[in-house]
Structure formats: structure tokens, C-alpha cells
Design a protein around this ligand. Structure first.
Ligand SMILES: [Ca+2]
Ligand SMILES: [Ca+2]
Length: 230
């Protein structure tokens, strides 16, 4: 009796692209993020995927960052024993979180296009050439859109890979620069949502999503919200 082929092979039998995606997954050494406060596991699609929960595995495996320091956790946000200030402070990707009710206002400022949740972790200090991987679990194969919750003080672009294959991009990110804001550093904190920034096909089951910073950088990337459209 023949053994049934795994679903991914059946889906992709005639496709060199799918073969290379299966090869990528078989060799990938990153693992879904978890810590003492966050149970982890692959992030569910459809649903909100948090960029700050990019995979474990370190530089060259789970991400590439332009410097080994986390410029947010343990730096801008001094190490003080709190979860948010010390979040992933030993890793190269630069992370911070939204701060409310301060004077001057930071992430709940009047120049937000969209007010984000408070204490929302995000990836910042982005530079062209950087990337990070996120392991996801997709409920159903199909075409999905992704809305992005972000800030961008000069515009720019990102792109997305699925299992090592480019699938979307470059995706233009609209600038959230606002000359009316009298606080210069707050240009990094004008939040916006880019609805359906990306449209992409996702296979069912486990996949690895790669977010690339393509041009400009200077973006804070918080949430990719995936919705199935067909
Ligand atoms: Ca860094
Ligand atoms: Ca960086």
C-alpha cells in the first residue's frame, strides 16, 4: 500500500516554487517566539500578527539587523526590571512599545491617524536591508490581505516573503510626517493603518513570513492583520 503524500506535496506537486518553499521550511532553524509572559507558538492567520514576536533563532536565522544592540529595550527604554522595557533586550532587532498619558504625549498624540493600543510592542529603528521572520499557522489556504499598523516619518517600502519566496512588494508605505507637530522626535510616533497593504496567497498550515525593510527605513512596524478574501 502506498503511503499518502503530505498535504503540502500534494498541493504543490507540479510547482517548482512550492518545492523550494517546502525546502525552505525543512531547513529553517528559527522557532516561534515565546517567553515567560507570552505562551507563543506560531501566530494564527487569519488574525493579528505582532511583528515584535518575530521568531527566535538570532541574527542570520530569524532576522538580520544593522546592529547587534536593541536600541529600544534596555536603551531608550532603560532596563528597570519591567517586561516592556526589557523585552528581547539581548537581541539585535530594535523593539519598543506604545506609551500613553505622558507629557508631552508620545503614542496617543493628536497627530495619530489611528490611535494604537497602549503598551503595544513594535519593531522600530528599521533600516533598509533588515528583515525578520515570523512563523505563522494558516487556518485555510487562500488569498489574504494584510493591514499594517505602523508609523513612517518619511515614507518607504517593505516586502513580504512566504517560506523564502517573495510574494508581495515592494509595498509603498505612506509617510505619516506632519509638519504641524511641534515636537520633532514625535514624527516617529504618528500611527496609521495601511488597509490591505499586501494581498498574497498563503498555503494552509505552518509557514514562515519574512518582512523586509526595502527603502528608507525609519518605520515602526507593529501589527499585520491578515484577513481571508477568497
Ligand atoms: Ca539593532
Ligand atoms: Ca534595526
Amino acid at each position: 500500500m502506498r503511503r499518502p503524500l503530505p498535504a503540502l506535496v500534494l498541493l504543490c506537486a507540479a510547482s517548482a516554487l512550492c518545492a523550494s518553499q517546502a525546502d525552505f521550511l525543512a531547513h529553517y532553524k528559527g522557532t516561534p517566539y515565546h517567553d515567560s509572559h507570552y505562551q507563543g507558538g506560531p501566530q494564527a492567520i487569519p488574525g493579528k500578527v505582532l511583528c515584535a514576536y518575530y521568531d527566535l533563532g538570532g541574527e542570520g536565522v530569524a532576522y538580520h539587523d544593522s546592529d547587534a544592540k536593541n536600541n529600544g529595550s534596555g536603551a531608550l527604554n532603560p532596563a528597570n526590571g519591567t517586561y516592556l522595557n526589557e523585552f528581547r533586550m539581548g537581541e539585535g532587532v530594535d523593539t519598543s512599545y506604545t506609551k500613553f498619558n505622558l507629557d508631552p504625549k508620545i503614542d496617543d498624540n493628536p497627530y495619530d491617524k489611528v490611535v494604537p493600543p497602549a503598551n503595544l510592542l513594535y519593531v522600530g529603528w528599521t533600516v533598509p536591508g533588515e528583515w525578520f521572520n515570523i512563523t505563522v499557522q494558516v487556518a485555510e489556504a487562500g488569498t489574504y490581505t494584510a493591514d499594517l499598523l505602523y508609523t513612517s516619518n518619511r515614507g518607504g517600502s517593505i516586502s513580504l516573503d512566504v517560506n523564502g519566496e517573495p510574494v508581495a512588494g515592494p509595498l509603498a508605505i505612506l509617510s505619516t510626517y506632519d509638519s504641524a507637530d511641534p515636537v520633532a522626535w514625535r514624527q516617529w510616533h504618528h500611527w496609521n493603518s495601511a488597509p490591505a497593504l499586501a494581498t498574497l496567497h498563503l498555503p494552509a498550515g505552518k509557514s514562515v513570513l519574512t518582512v523586509h525593510i526595502v527603502t528608507e527605513g525609519q518605520m515602526n512596524l507593529a501589527v499585520l492583520d491578515f484577513k481571508k478574501i477568497k
